[in-house]
Design a binder for this molecule. Structure first.
Ligand SMILES: [Zn+2]
Length: 350
């Protein structure tokens, strides 16, 4: 069982009072600057819009062929300095300020990819006469550097992130005999870790016990899944594999499947190799390789796959998933798949 992405997010921020939103106020300029973080290589792009009076800002992220971040500024119309901004980066494709209904203005930032809520922040600041700063709207975009990964033969020196699906407050699927997906995925992941380490790979599990990965107990689905993706970012991993068990209302549904999102040249190849490995070693029905937009396969910037090892809703496969013998078989299959993946291609840009 998998979580879905929340693709529309609206945040309203404001300090202005209704009485202060005089139609006569104007947006006088748009400034921007880049701030580099030497610790993690990330960059922050800051846009500042100056206004002649207090304003409020409402932000909407719109996903699509060209994702956009739209910031509507209420209480001010565009002045001479609010319009097109000559700004382009890896993330930002264009910035245009325009008039919006009801004496408002809108800044539209066109993006090269979808943004996670953690990747931007919009807020208003009040006039600061002491420092000669006007009322203003601040838009911060956080750019994570492009991921580098290696695809060369051999598991030695590869960094592999294994993500045991679910955990802690989220049990995942529960079988007819009460076997929990979160327990099965962790057991398989630990076996994969041991086998890969024997072959010289460096392995990091997103969790190595029964817990949520996001710190704290009230994370949204996106925060929890992003925390798993962040492990791969932090570790500069070459590949990301999320382990799950499938579930269906039809208890006869059975077999092994692998999902990927075609975002690098290697995602499909990885999924195919893992699927072959698991079907050969595990011996279950081959349910194939499928493209999907799952959070972890989509948002990890490196080749990634999500494996549905077997159906926990199928009593026979539930028993298998709960048995050390089958857990080991599937783990061997995943490791064989990873070995095949790395040996079949040379590339990457690490
Ligand atoms: Zn799952």
């Amino acid at each position: 069982m998998l979580r879905k992405i929340v693709c529309l997010l609206m945040i309203f921020i404001g300090l202005g009072l209704p009485g202060a939103e005089a139609a006569s106020s104007e947006l006088t300029s748009i400034r921007w600057s880049v701030h580099n973080n030497k610790n993690d290589g990330s960059r922050m792009l800051r846009l500042v819009i100056d206004a002649t009076a207090p304003v409020t800002a409402a932000t909407e992220f719109v996903d699509g062929a060209t994702p956009q971040l739209k910031v509507t500024i209420k209480g001010a119309i565009p002045g001479a300095g609010f319009g097109y901004v000559a700004l382009k980066s890896e993330l930002v494709q264009g910035v245009v300020g325009k008039r919006a209904p009801y004496d408002s203005s809108q800044l539209v930032i066109s993006l090269s990819r979808a943004l996670d809520p953690s990747e931007y922040k919009v807020f208003v600041l009040k006039k600061d006469p002491q420092n000669k700063k006007p009322d203003r709207v601040v838009i911060d975009l956080f750019e994570i550097p492009e991921a580098k990964f290696s695809v060369s033969p051999g598991l030695e020196d590869k960094t592999i992130v294994i993500d045991p699906g679910h955990g802690g407050s989220d049990p995942g699927a529960i079988g007819p005999n009460r076997v929990y997906e979160k327990s099965v995925t962790l057991a398989i992941a630990k076996r994969v870790e041991a086998l890969l380490e024997q072959k010289g790979a460096s392995v990091v599990l997103t969790r190595d016990n029964d817990r949520d990965v996001y710190p704290g107990t009230d994370a949204t689905d996106a925060q929890e899944l992003q925390a798993r993706v962040n492990v791969a970012v932090k570790e500069k991993a070459d590949v990301f594999v999320s382990i799950h068990a499938n579930a269906a209302v039809d208890r006869t549904a059975s077999g092994t499947a692998t999902y990927y999102t075609a975002k690098t040249a290697y995602d499909l190849r990885l999924a195919q190799a893992l699927q072959r490995g698991m079907v050969l070693a595990g011996g279950l029905e081959d349910d194939g390789v499928r493209q999907a937009g799952f959070y972890v396969t989509k948002r990890s910037r490196i080749p990634a796959a999500l494996v549905e090892t077997a159906f926990l809703s199928n009593p026979r496969e539930e028993q298998l998933l709960n048995s050390p013998a089958f857990q080991q078989k599937i783990a061997v299959g995943i490791v064989n798949g990873l070995e095949e993946y790395f040996s079949s291609a040379t590339g990457g840009d690490k």
